[in-house]
Design a protein around this ligand. Structure first.
Ligand code: CO
Length: 145
């Protein structure tokens, strides 16, 4: 690939959301409301991922609050290390997820799973934190208009 070309064009990826892992989702919702006057969705239980979620909406970004439903939840691990909660991952979305997955696989990027459908029905996968300085990054299909 031509480096020059790379510098001139934007990446195909854009920011979709940031995920905030919390020990108590109702308390987190109250805090976002109190501190920022934020609008927050209803709490949803996602059995498949063993979490409860709620979406905090800002003008240009959604924050996904996640509370584990049990000790087996992948978020439970994180909260053991960060008992007060903390930023868990951020998500970049792309128009053609299959293409992005194929390209990254070809570049031998360490991807944690095959693309699977998230609770919203869009396909997604995660990139291992060792690939980008310790950040866990989710890659998701753009929301259909
Ligand atoms: Co996410």
């Amino acid at each position: 690939m031509n480096n020059n070309e790379n510098e001139l064009s934007h990446s195909n990826f854009s920011v979709d959301h940031i995920a905030h892992a919390v020990p108590d989702i109702e308390e987190a919702i109250n805090q976002y409301k109190r501190v920022f006057g934020a609008r927050v969705s209803d709490i949803k239980t996602i059995e498949k991922q063993d979490i409860k979620i709620a979406i905090v909406s800002f003008a240009n970004l959604n924050i996904e609050l996640m509370e584990p439903l049990s000790d087996k939840s992948p978020i439970a691990n994180y909260l053991q290390k960060n008992p007060k909660g903390g930023l868990h991952h951020y998500c970049l979305s792309v128009g053609d997820l299959k293409q992005a997955y194929g390209d990254q696989k070809e570049k031998k990027i360490n991807i944690l799973s095959e693309p699977t459908a998230g609770y919203h029905g869009r396909n997604l996968y995660f990139i291992h934190p060792s690939e980008v300085c310790g950040a866990l990054i989710e890659v998701e299909e753009h929301e259909k208009e």
